[in-house]
Design a protein around this ligand. Structure first.
Ligand SMILES: NC(=O)c1ccc[n+]([C@@H]2O[C@H](COP(=O)([O-])OP(=O)(O)OC[C@H]3O[C@@H](n4cnc5c(N)ncnc54)[C@H](OP(=O)(O)O)[C@@H]3O)[C@@H](O)[C@H]2O)c1
Length: 247
């Protein structure tokens, strides 16, 4: 297998909005050709592609549900067809439904497992088999794995699984100079985080951060840019808690 050269082709799962959209824009600015993946947000994904192209970058939108068996495979097929061999996979797509453990339905548990664990597992497996040597795999955890807040039981458990697979895959792929890392944000102002929270609760949470603000998608995209770029080569098997110092 030949070694990845920078810039390369990057797949960002769940990049029609939120953190993923910021990562797609940033990686395109770094010179990579970007696959903007979405499950339902076709219009939003097309908007991200249009922004990237307007700024002189290269991108294509690809619909694929990462929670189902062939979603990731189709994504890699589409990426290779559009731009050639994939060098970077960002396993960003995820869902979060908060509830005390006692009230979590089987359906919600299974959905979290299918998308947050299954989608990342299949992404890692596909990348392990299809990424060129020297490639990058960056997955998404959460700072709640450390904070262990009530209501986050199932969601945080899925992200703990992501962290464990990250540490182990880094050892399995190190010989091919593929780095494998996870980014674990604290609160970032996106739909996933803001959904269902009152202004009062948001003010309280904002006040708990040492920097007295929430993260913005671009704060996280910068970390991904570093891990995906040439300067990140010696960082592997790590979980970076990008959260302004909250934990
Ligand atoms: N925001 C935070 O405070 C925070 C903190 C820690 C960790 N994180 C993690 O960061 C990642 C991004 O979160 P976010 O806040 O940006 O979320 P978001 O605003 O809800 O965006 C989620 C993205 O994932 C896509 N997606 C959801 N299910 C999918 C599926 N089955 N297949 C393909 N794409 C799917 C969505 O696309 P569609 O709309 O098309 O479905 C959307 O583009 C997640 O893994 C999340 O757990 C977020």
């Amino acid at each position: 297998m030949t070694e990845t050269v920078h810039p390369t082709t990057a797949i960002v799962t769940g990049s029609s909005k939120g953190i993923g959209a910021a990562i797609a824009r940033r990686l395109a600015r770094d010179g990579h050709a970007v696959v903007v993946n979405y499950a339902r947000g076709a219009e939003e994904a097309a908007g991200v592609v249009a922004e990237i192209e307007a700024a002189g970058g290269r991108a294509v939108a690809v619909q694929a549900d990462i929670g189902v068996a062939d979603g990731i495979t189709r994504l890699f097929d589409a990426a290779e067809k559009a731009f050639g061999p994939v060098g970077i996979l960002v396993n960003n797509a995820g869902i979060m439904k908060l509830s005390p453990l006692a009230n979590v339905s089987d359906a919600d548990f299974e959905q979290h497992m299918a998308i947050n664990v299954g989608g990342v597992f299949r992404g890692m497996r596909e990348a392990a088999n299809r990424l060129a040597d020297g490639g990058r795999i960056i997955s998404f955890s959460t700072s709640v794995v450390g904070m262990k807040l009530p209501g986050y039981g199932v969601y945080a458990a899925t992200k703990a699984a992501v962290e464990t697979m990250t540490h182990i895959l880094a050892k399995e792929l190190g010989g091919r100079k593929i780095t494998v890392n996870a980014v674990a944000p604290g609160p970032v102002e996106t739909e996933l985080f803001l959904n269902g929270k009152s202004e009062e609760l948001l003010a309280q949470l904002r006040g708990q951060n040492p920097q007295k603000r929430f993260g913005q998608p671009d704060d996280i995209a910068r970390v991904v840019s570093f891990l995906a770029g040439p300067d990140g080569q010696w960082v592997s098997g790590q979980v970076i808690r990008a959260n302004g110092g909250v934990v």
